[in-house]
Design a binder for this molecule. Structure first.
Ligand code: SF4
Length: 227
């Protein structure tokens, strides 16, 4: 499999936010979200065998939480699924961050899927969510909407209701998009949508969702890689 980086840091998003986590970042993505903060994953990557990945994960321990991210890890599904099986057998808790555009039905149910639904503000990636993936969601999973503006918020609110996401997944994440060229300041000024505005909308609506800030962008400078 082709990886960009493999490192230990703190989980920045989802209901696992704040926990130590080992990140396995896969190379390559077939989408081009307007606000993508991982464009350095689009090309390149270094080849790894499954044994090498497991050896590096174990060397970063003790830490039993591993996230597969990218890029889009599901583009390397033939290598990824056996790796998931092996790590589950070794007692790891696994997460995958995925765009939701690739089929997810073969991902082991024990893996916590953090599945994006791309909103209009994602530009060319908007509406790329594969609707068949709704059937693959379990209470272990969380559905994430990255929001750039009010139109995105209303899209997310409607999508949650239309597809009864609360009955399908364990949680809904609303995450403000970040500027592609943020200042080095570790502040919300780098968010495209002010989190305070988003929280006010959530309060007005009484929406049952979790504000998801990428806390690594407040702990370190927003453009720092490998954290
Ligand atoms: S799916 Fe992820 S890696 Fe791919 S373009 Fe969108 S944000 Fe970037």
């Amino acid at each position: 499999m082709y990886l960009i980086e493999l490192y230990k840091s703190v989980q920045g998003e989802s209901s696992f936010a704040g926990l130590p986590c080992i990140f396995v970042r896969f190379a390559g993505c077939n989408l081009r979200c307007a606000w993508c903060d991982s464009e350095y994953t689009f090309a390149g990557g270094k080849p790894f065998t499954q044994a090498e990945v497991i050896r590096q994960i174990e060397a970063l321990g003790p830490c039993k939480l591993v996230e597969f991210t990218g890029g889009e890890p599901m583009l390397q599904v033939k290598e990824l699924l056996p790796l998931m099986d092996e790590l589950l057998a070794r007692g790891y808790t696994l997460m995958i961050e995925t765009s939701g555009e690739r089929p997810l039905d073969l991902v082991p149910k024990a893996v916590h899927k953090i599945v994006d639904v791309k909103c209009p503000g994602a530009g060319s990636a908007a509406n790329s969510f594969r609707l068949e993936n709704l059937a693959a969601l379990t209470p272990n999973d969380e559905v994430k909407f990255v929001l750039s503006h009010r139109e995105d918020y209303e899209f997310a609110r409607a999508f949650v209701a239309q597809h009864d996401l609360h009955a399908r997944a364990g949680g809904i994440l609303l995450s403000p998009a970040f500027n592609k060229s943020p200042s080095p300041l570790r502040t919300t000024d780098n968010a495209t949508l002010d989190p305070r505005t988003l929280v006010e909308w959530m309060m007005e609506d009484g929406i049952d969702a979790r504000l998801s800030l990428q806390i690594h962008k407040f702990i370190w400078e927003p453009q720092k890689k490998g954290v």
